[in-house]
Design a protein around this ligand. Structure first.
Ligand code: RTP
Ligand code: MG
Length: 156
């Protein structure tokens, strides 16, 4: 099979600090929606790591607030697997603004667990390239402490 044309079946998810207290209910919903949780951890990214994670938004007015919000408490990081994982996870979390989600998609996770345009409970990769980048970013940077302690030998 050709991996380049095989549909991506993984995406990257975060439970953001505002929803961390309700993580167990969210994880139950994630499983009920048909996703398999391949990896799960509670990383503690630095400010610089969040700035890199959200680099696409660095010129936006909300960038500094977003980075501060993401560092305001614990988070859960997950690699989710399902057919059509990327679009299905975006649909499961719902519109970016939780107030809009409550109006337009009341069953969505952002409607159920989020508050407003910033405190919106969950992150989901926007497309397959972002999913690959975000899964790799978190694996290399802070999901895999063994990897960090024993980086691969680049000299052979
Ligand atoms: P995410 O990346 O977190 O899955 O959300 P998204 O694609 O739906 O939204 P995006 O446009 O990428 O924005 C990233 C996060 O920034 C916060 N935000 N705040 N105050 C504001 O106007 C504002 N706009 C966006 C949200 O936490 C959003 O999820
Ligand atoms: Mg986004």
């Amino acid at each position: 099979s050709n991996q380049d044309t095989h549909p991506m079946d993984k995406t990257f998810a975060l439970i953001k600090p505002d929803a961390y207290p309700r993580r167990e209910a969210i994880i139950e919903d994630i499983k009920k929606c048909g996703f398999t949780i391949l990896k799960q951890s509670e990383p503690k990214p630095t400010k610089e790591q969040f700035e890199e994670f959200y680099a696409e938004h660095k010129e936006r007015h909300f960038f500094n607030d977003l980075v501060a919000f993401m560092q305001s408490g614990p988070i859960v990081a997950m690699v989710l697997q399902k057919e059509n994982a990327v679009p299905d996870w975006r649909k499961t979390i719902g519109p970016t603004n939780s107030l809009k989600a409550k109006e337009e998609a009341p069953e969505s996770l952002r409607a159920k667990y989020g508050t407003d345009g910033q405190a919106n409970a969950c992150h989901g990769s926007a497309n397959d390239d972002d999913a690959k980048r975000e899964i790799e970013f978190c694996r290399v940077r802070y999901l895999d402490p063994l990897h960090l302690r024993h980086p691969p030998d680049i000299h052979h």
